[in-house]
Write a protein that binds this ligand. Structure first.
Ligand SMILES: [Zn+2]
Length: 579
């Protein structure tokens, strides 16, 4: 049950809106809908989204914070936003902004204030209401947190001017959405399809999927539902699933044919509702979704970006047709570094160096084995594992130095750039974030190569509490979503299913999180696979400067968005900077 009420002042303002257009809109009708007794969702005249809550009998500030936000951590902010008094007054309304609310309540607030809206796979669809005098400016404030991004919404929807009418559906692209709308769009892509059925036969439990027209077993079933991406895994599982489903020829499966996927191969989000694996996965996602980046800065002022190019030296990474992953991702890292240093106020620290050379102004790059991890002393990469481990040691040491200098850990981000070599049916980029897999209490490396380095001596072992890992997953996901949205906005290919992944799954083995993320103490950290060298089109693309520059720009856009800046307005320079 919900009701709309429009404040008296609203009607006058609506008239103003219609005549003055978007630019001058300062405020409009307040919208209030009741959620529960004593709990009201509100759109304020200043376009803020919040709840107004009456304290329960005997409820103090901490308890109110726990009830509405799921934890007592935001209590001080709630106090400051409501006049600063420590004691709650019975009968007084306390305002709590949307971004502080626990995810379940956030969804209820959004559903009640925007009942006709919906999250789509890559955008938020807002249905313009009649009678409330909505403006593009306001819509931009509600969903992106910045009125200025009305231009982007206008352009995304191909509007000729700022006039909008009741009933019109406006799409707000994921790239500029703020949490929790961005989160809703991201989880939308995860929602199990309605058409997955479950059953059991002599071989055990299975999920049943009926192939649609034009779908192939490899991509539509194996990649999508089991999370396997590497060619040998995808082929092996496709063979297993075909046998289980009595499919004789995997290249000739009739539309609608029931394909049985053994339950133990499914990614957790596709397990039957109520299955312990799925319940645990959803609980983790809900817990991590509670955390979002609170640091806001216009041009990355105060932000340190730790940039990591994967592999290097004797470790060339994936290698296809004369393309070494190490050489090409190093070039993208250099381009991103140049963009950030020339167009933003961010401080950039890199983990590796290939020597003094600048960015090569050519499409096909020369081979190099010069890369060293910039520890003290540097490590010329001989062994891939040592190279990876020294990267997280280095990153942890950088973080420690920055925090000691008085910065917030959330002002540091870690971005590792890779290109993978997967099943050829896959195209485009994806991003790994650190998922909540079971982990050892502490982890550290021993041996002379490690013991010789200052970063290892400073902190030989790492361990993280569950709370730290949950928080890190939440922040990393948010960063990853902005990066994926930015890649899409630049029309760069991304994986159609789950472009953000929280683990690597190989064969029937135990999933794992890449070490450079897993033991890394930076809260927001991502590993970006910029394209699939196993796909001929991607392999061609990475051998062009234009693609590598586009990727670097999308990564810069993603970082700006994560910190609440708009890459298309004052920081347009970032978007426009090119070779
Ligand atoms: Zn790699």
């Amino acid at each position: 049950m919900w009701r709309w009420r429009i404040c008296g002042a609203g009607a006058v303002l609506i008239l103003g809106l219609l005549t003055q257009g978007v630019a001058s809109v300062a405020s409009a009708a307040t919208l209030r809908t009741e959620l529960d007794e004593g709990l009201v969702a509100v759109l304020t005249e200043e376009s803020a989204i919040l709840v107004e809550a009456l304290p329960l009998r005997g409820e103090g500030l901490l308890a109110l914070s726990r009830r509405l936000c799921g934890s007592s951590a935001p209590a001080a902010r709630i106090r400051d936003l409501n006049g600063g008094a420590r004691e709650l007054l019975a009968g007084a309304r306390y305002r709590v902004p949307l971004d502080l609310l626990e995810p379940g309540l956030q969804s209820r607030v959004i559903d009640s204030l925007f009942p006709a809206d919906e999250a789509r796979a890559d955008s938020w669809a807002h249905s313009v209401r009649g009678g409330q005098g909505e403006s593009l400016w306001q819509i931009a404030e509600w969903f992106t947190g910045r009125g200025e991004s009305f231009r982007e919404i206008r352009d995304f929807n191909s509007l000729l001017d700022e006039q909008i009418v009741a009933g019109q559906v406006l799409l707000i692209p994921a790239g500029i959405l703020r949490q929790p709308f961005l989160g809703a769009v991201a989880t939308r892509a995860l929602t199990p399809p309605e058409d997955l059925e479950y059953g059991r036969d002599r071989s055990g439990e299975y999920a049943l999927y009926r192939l649609q027209s034009g779908e192939a077993l490899y991509s539509a079933v194996v990649v999508r539902f089991t999370g396997r991406l590497f060619a040998d895994d995808v082929n092996a599982l496709a063979t297993d699933i075909a046998r289980r489903s009595d499919i004789a020829d995997v290249t000739d499966i009739p539309v609608g044919y029931p394909v049985k996927i053994p339950l133990d191969l499914l990614s957790p989000q596709f397990l039957p509702p109520g299955h312990p694996g799925r319940t645990e996965y959803e609980a983790n996602r809900t817990a991590s979704a509670r955390f979002s980046n609170r640091v806001r800065t216009l041009d990355l002022q105060g932000v340190t970006v730790v940039l990591d190019a994967g592999h290097g030296g004797r470790d060339v990474g994936a290698s296809r047709g004369g393309v070494w992953e190490s050489v090409y991702v190093y070039d993208i890292m250099q381009r991103l570094r140049r963009l950030l240093e020339s167009r933003t106020a961010a401080r950039v620290v890199v983990t590796t160096s290939a020597g003094a050379g600048g960015i090569e102004d050519r499409d096909v790059l020369s081979f190099s084995r010069q890369h060293a991890v910039l520890t003290d002393p540097p490590y010329t990469i001989e062994d891939a594992r040592v190279g990876t481990n020294l990267r997280w040691y280095l990153s942890n040491s950088i973080l420690e130095r920055i925090v000691k200098a008085g910065f917030d850990p959330e002002e540091v981000v870690f971005v590792s750039i890779h290109a993978d070599s997967l099943h050829p049916s896959l195209r485009g980029a994806m991003v790994y974030v650190p998922g909540l897999l079971p982990t050892r209490d502490g982890y550290g490396k021993s041996g002379t190569v490690y013991a010789a380095r200052k970063e290892v001596q400073q902190r030989p072992r790492v361990s993280f509490s569950r709370e730290e890992r949950v928080r890190s997953e939440g922040l990393s996901r948010e960063l990853a979503q902005h990066v994926i949205a930015s890649l899409r906005r630049r029309s760069l290919a991304v994986h159609p299913n789950q472009p953000v992944r929280d683990k690597i799954v190989r064969g029937r083995g135990t999933p794992w999180v890449p070490a450079v993320l897993r033991y890394n103490a930076v809260p927001a950290k991502i590993l970006v696979e910029v394209c699939n060298l196993g796909n001929p089109r991607d392999l061609e693309l990475i051998q062009t400067r234009a693609f590598r520059q586009d990727v670097a720009q999308a990564l810069a856009d993603g970082l700006l968005l994560y910190y609440g800046a708009n890459p298309s307005s004052p920081q347009r320079a970032v978007a426009a900077a090119g070779d």
